[in-house]
Design a protein. Structure first.
Length: 214
């Protein structure tokens, strides 16, 4: 227990760092995922090609490689930002590809007649998607989106290797101070458990309120 009590501020900084990475990256992933899902079902061919390329490239690129590309590649083009912002970009963009596919699968569960009825009423593609299709699709994709964001929280551990303050990175500091490595990782695991259980609880509430009864 002294590993935690003696280093509570260190664990606290790492925990808050992981929470910040998770929250900001999740918002970015949800926004980009929504945009890319819209592109993938858009009637404009160039949008569909761009959305497909986005998903294909990011889903098949190792996250660590994406971190290297963002944190080391973007500064070469004059874009210099705090490492935490680069980490949020990498995590958010990577996860957006999986959010996109989850949303697209939900869109495919909505009967085509719904969209056709909306268009017959004079709605544009954007109105049909935003007011008719996506609200119904959202109810079907609450569980997979929740699982994807839980994976994002765990993937944020990679950011510690790039000088970003997060929970897993605390083990290096405590190891240098001579603390038992086993108990160091036990408390790190507890921190991740708290975060993932919080996300799971949130999406359980959303599913009970808006999810489709199985």
């Amino acid at each position: 227990m002294n590993v935690l009590t003696d280093n509570f501020s260190t664990y606290g900084d790492g925990f808050l760092g992981t929470v910040e990475l998770t929250v900001y990256s999740s918002v970015l992933a949800l926004v980009l995922g929504f945009v890319m899902a819209s592109f993938r079902v858009a009637p404009v061919g160039s949008f569909r090609v761009f959305g497909t390329a986005w998903v294909t490239v990011l889903r098949n690129t190792p996250l660590t490689l994406l971190f290297f590309a963002v944190l080391l590649g973007l500064p070469r083009f004059g874009l210099v930002l705090p490492f935490q912002v680069f980490a949020i970009l990498a995590l958010g963009c990577y996860t957006s590809a999986f959010i996109c596919e989850a949303l697209r699968s939900g869109i495919n569960t909505v009967p085509k007649g719904q969209g056709e009825a909306a268009r017959s009423l004079g709605m544009t593609f954007g109105q049909t998607l935003g007011l008719v299709v996506l609200p119904q699709a959202f109810r079907a994709v609450i569980p997979p989106v929740g699982s994807t964001l839980i994976a994002l929280a765990k993937n944020s551990a990679i950011a510690g290797a790039f000088s970003v303050t997060e929970l897993l990175g605390t083990y290096r500091t405590l190891s240098e101070l001579g603390y038992n490595i086993v108990w160091t990782f036990v408390w790190i695991a507890v921190g991740y458990l708290i975060i993932t259980l919080a996300i799971s609880a949130l999406f359980n509430v959303l599913e009970r309120k808006w999810g489709i009864a199985r």
